[in-house]
Design a protein around this ligand. Structure first.
Ligand code: SF4
Length: 710
């Protein structure tokens, strides 16, 4: 008889930035290991035992089917030695012929912090270019830039715990009920417990999050900066500013107020297409409540003015002193499980590791000295949209895409396809065998995924948690960090990329956070340095900064009124609201908004495996106001064809659902489906790649489209 044993493993859900802890029962039958069940980790501070439907169905999304199991070159299976040797040779060859900036990595918020760390180290310190960017560019890069402008560093001030201490929750550009469900449940509980808690939803659509809202502001898409400029003006003119805090802890107040001064409640109501009484009601709530949290997400960030919108929100918290105190602060919530961890190790083209600044020569020297690396990127690299544009132009000759599917997720599919066709060598590391991007790969590398790989992730509240390897790698799949280190070794850098265990990478990351900058920057992981392998394995969820070994983590930033700018004061930013780039016209008269559904994740490469996750929404549909549908002679379920000026003739076909919750003239469609799912729907292709000139984050909430019966 085969001996069967069961064991509890603790890990973190990979499907959103809430970062829920997951208890997994692992079963061993002789030589075979499998996962038997999942449940929320009762003591994990992000979820206290709760999981949403994606988390509950983790095992159904984690099946063995459709996995990449062997490295291959031009469709033929090869050994790892051959594959990584060829990748190294191609990179060296391109550097020799065209220089380091002809090489690019396009990585992912799915990577663990340790994977991200070595990818960034290889690119910036050994290849010598900063052309490493990530799909997190599409998720939260505008929030990063807004925080940097206001606070001097990319810092999320709040914790989920603040929900239990606030009297006002403002949700702007976020359908948390669907996209961050466990966090939304916590908001619901907070409201049940606190009768004084008001919730305001600011979103063009009356999403499921509106069930919690005392007030919904269905503003005209793209007008958020004017709404918050108006709030700043209201706070000033109605005497609700915290003048001591402004005087002691900030710069730039007068200029921001001057820019906001034209935004009377009447002007805001007119510009944002809202009833003036609703605008006044929101402003009065914010002004009179002693605490307020403003949660913001993709509706703010995915915009050509996403950074300004973020700063317009932050300005209001600074002006009212609603920051650095329990229950108060601006709070960006990230879509991906490790968008934050990637930021911490510099996995963006405009950042260095450990929140150091790539435009600062001293920081570049510090990082190079710490790494003892032969070179160092001298300037910012190409952000995602620019990276693919330059690839299409023939300037990028080699790209390595890790754990992401840009052909579907990036805007302007024709351009992405042209870029990958043009690029001499396309390497794709992934876990699944059926992404649209794989069709363009010359070299395919099978990676390990959730439940197989070991490392850390950081959630939206700066909490570092462990993802733990509970199952062996399938086939010949390898961990991303190992693949990257093997390639680095074959390029001649084995001494700097020889890690016996993933914990050594984490340790190096923690040491870099305090190397020559101790006390100056908030990202300080000193207290997590020097862990043994077993201490790393037992690491409990911890919010950074962790300044020393006695520190249990930091719940809230800026409690002392000190920020991380040169003079330790926060910056107000004077905001001039601007319209979206992709405006409607006679030929393309509808505004297209895109987003996620409750039960699907990204391009469905994993959630598409679970039949249960199609019960809530079986197929992609186009949500449209009944009056618009009638004008187009469309009824519920009829097929509609969408096209945009930029879609290169590509048409997306979707069945119509009639929704009175949609504003007239505006439609909504989900981002998840693509050709790989046998669908004629590919929403990303209808956006033209217009992006914020500071953050580079593409506008994915506002395209101009034509619609007709299909
Ligand atoms: Fe996973 Fe997010 Fe759901 Fe939590 S809320 S179970 S992290 S998808």
């Amino acid at each position: 008889t085969t001996k069967r044993t069961q064991q509890l493993g603790q890990t973190t859900c990979p499907y959103c930035g809430v970062g829920c802890g997951v208890d997994v029962i692992r079963q061993q039958d002789g030589r075979n290991a499998s996962l038997k069940s999942v449940a929320g980790t009762p003591e994990h501070p992000a979820n206290f035992g709760r999981l949403c439907i994606k988390g509950t169905n983790l095992l159904q999304t984690n099946g063995a089917e459709n996995r990449l199991l062997s490295p291959s070159v031009a469709g033929k299976n090869v050994s790892w030695d051959t594959a990584t040797g060829l990748v190294a040779e191609k990179i060296k060859d391109v550097i020799a012929k065209h220089g380091p900036e002809a090489v690019a990595f396009y990585v992912s918020g799915q990577l663990l912090t340790e994977d991200y760390y070595v990818a960034n180290k290889l690119m910036k310190g050994y290849i010598g270019s900063a052309n490493i960017d990530t799909n997190s560019r599409l998720c939260m890069s505008s929030a990063v830039a807004a925080y940097k402008r206001a606070f001097g560093e990319d810092l999320v001030p709040c914790s989920y715990n603040d929900l239990e201490h606030t009297d006002l929750l403002v949700l702007v550009g976020s359908n948390a009920a669907w996209t961050h469900p466990v966090l939304f449940q916590r908001m619901e509980r907070a409201k049940l417990r606190n009768p004084d808690l008001n919730v305001v939803l600011i979103d063009p659509r009356a999403t499921d999050s509106s069930t919690l809202a005392d007030l919904h502001l269905p503003l005209k898409p793209g007008t958020d900066a004017a709404l918050f400029n108006g709030l700043l003006h209201f706070l000033v003119t109605q005497g609700h500013t915290d003048n001591t805090f402004i005087a002691d802890s900030t710069n730039g107040f007068e200029a921001a107020v001057e820019n906001a001064s034209v935004w009377s409640t009447a002007a805001v109501a007119n510009y944002c297409d809202l009833p003036e009484a609703s605008v006044i009601q929101f402003y009065t709530m914010f002004a009179k409540k002693t605490t307020a949290i403003t949660f913001f997400s993709m509706g703010i960030n995915q915009s050509t003015t996403g950074v300004d919108k973020g700063n317009a929100i932050i300005n209001c918290h600074l002006a009212s002193g609603k920051i650095g105190k329990p229950g108060s602060g601006p709070f960006s919530i990230t879509g991906q499980p490790n968008a934050m961890g990637g930021r911490e190790v510099g996995g963006l083209a405009n950042m260095l590791a450990a929140h150091m600044d790539i435009d600062n020569a001293e920081h570049r020297k510090n990082v190079q000295t710490f790494w003892q690396s032969p070179v160092m990127a001298e300037r910012q690299g190409l952000k995602a949209v620019d990276m693919f544009e330059r690839m299409a132009a023939g300037d990028i000759k080699f790209v390595w895409i890790m754990a992401t599917n840009p052909v579907v997720s990036m805007p302007n599919r024709p351009q992405i396809e042209a870029a990958l066709e043009k690029c001499e060598t396309v390497v794709v590391s992934d876990i699944v065998a059926n992404t649209d991007t794989l069709a363009f790969a010359d070299i395919v590398l099978p990676a390990t995924g959730w439940s197989e790989k070991d490392g850390t992730v950081t959630n939206s509240e700066r909490r570092i948690s462990r993802q733990r390897g509970l199952l062996p790698a399938p086939g010949e799949a390898r961990h991303d960090w190992q693949i990257i280190c093997d390639v680095a070794g074959k390029m001649g850098f084995a001494d700097s990329f020889s890690y016996a265990h993933v914990s050594e990478i984490f340790d190096e990351h923690t040491r870099l956070t305090t190397y020559k900058n101790h006390g100056e920057r908030a990202l300080n992981l000193c207290g997590l340095s020097g862990m043994t392998v077993s201490e790393y394995d037992r690491l409990s969820p911890t919010q950074w900064p962790v300044a020393d070994a006695t520190c249990q983590g930091t719940e809230r930033l800026f409690s002392d009124g000190k920020f991380f700018t040169a003079d330790r004061r926060a910056n107000f930013i004077a905001i001039q609201p601007a319209a979206p780039a992709q405006l409607t016209c006679e030929a393309f008269p509808f505004v297209l908004n895109s987003g996620r559904l409750r039960d699907q994740w990204h391009t469905m490469t994993r959630t598409g495996k679970a039949a249960k996750l199609f019960r809530h929404t079986a197929q992609a549909t186009l949500a449209m106001h009944p009056d618009d549908a009638e004008k187009l002679s469309l009824k519920e379920g009829d097929l509609a064809a969408l096209s945009a000026a930029s879609s290169g003739g590509m048409t997306t076909i979707l069945p119509v659902t009639l929704e009175t919750r949609q504003r007239k003239g505006e439609v909504f469609a989900p981002i998840h489906w693509s050709k790989a799912w046998g669908s004629h729907c590919q929403i990303g292709a209808l956006f033209n790649g217009a992006n914020d000139e500071i953050s580079g984050q593409p506008e994915l909430k506002h395209a101009a489209v034509a619609i007709q019966p299909a």
